[in-house]
Write a protein that binds this ligand. Structure first.
Ligand code: CMP
Length: 140
């Protein structure tokens, strides 16, 4: 597998607890490079558009409210097999199911306040990166 990019969000529960550096350390220890990064406060429209795929799910409104409850750090990560590599570092969506050593096992508070988001496919990584980054903001 060649070098690939994935999209990451450090969520409001993590920025509130000052965990950006600790999460970035786990990302870098896993061999992923942070080639784009900015701290933003998502608008409601941005959060709704980003999670549109979940619009029919019962947790959608709460998820959108949570994602705009504080600042987030949006990131582009680059490395070998980056989509799968980052999903492994993040751990399972529900921290109760996450393996030892993963970001969610270490830091997540709940299935909603689960500290990080990562793309689930190469195609979605491209789409998600384009939601928040222009090509000149990504420096490999
Ligand atoms: P994320 O990877 O950002 O993608 C969708 C998010 O919905 C997910 O992480 C969870 O934080 C959140 N979520 C909240 N409730 C649920 C649920 N019951 N099942 C799956 N995801 C949920």
């Amino acid at each position: 597998m060649a070098t690939q990019r994935t999209f990451s969000i450090i969520k409001p529960d993590a920025t509130r607890r000052n965990l950006t550096g600790a999460i970035n350390a786990k990302i870098e220890e896993a061999g992923l490079r942070i080639v784009g990064q900015k701290r933003i406060h998502m608008t409601k429209a941005q959060a709704e558009a980003f999670y549109a795929v979940h619009a029919e799910r019962p947790f959608y409104n709460d998820l959108v409210s949570f994602m705009i409850s504080g600042p987030v750090v949006v990131q582009v990560l680059e490395g070998e097999n980056a989509v799968a590599a980052y999903r492994q570092v993040m751990g399972a969506t529900n921290p109760a199911d996450a393996d030892e050593g993963t970001i969610r096992k270490a830091f997540a508070e709940s299935i909603e306040a689960n500290s990080v988001h990562g793309s689930d496919s190469d195609e979605n990584a491209g789409i998600e990166i384009n939601h928040f980054f222009t090509e000149d903001e990504i420096v490999g």
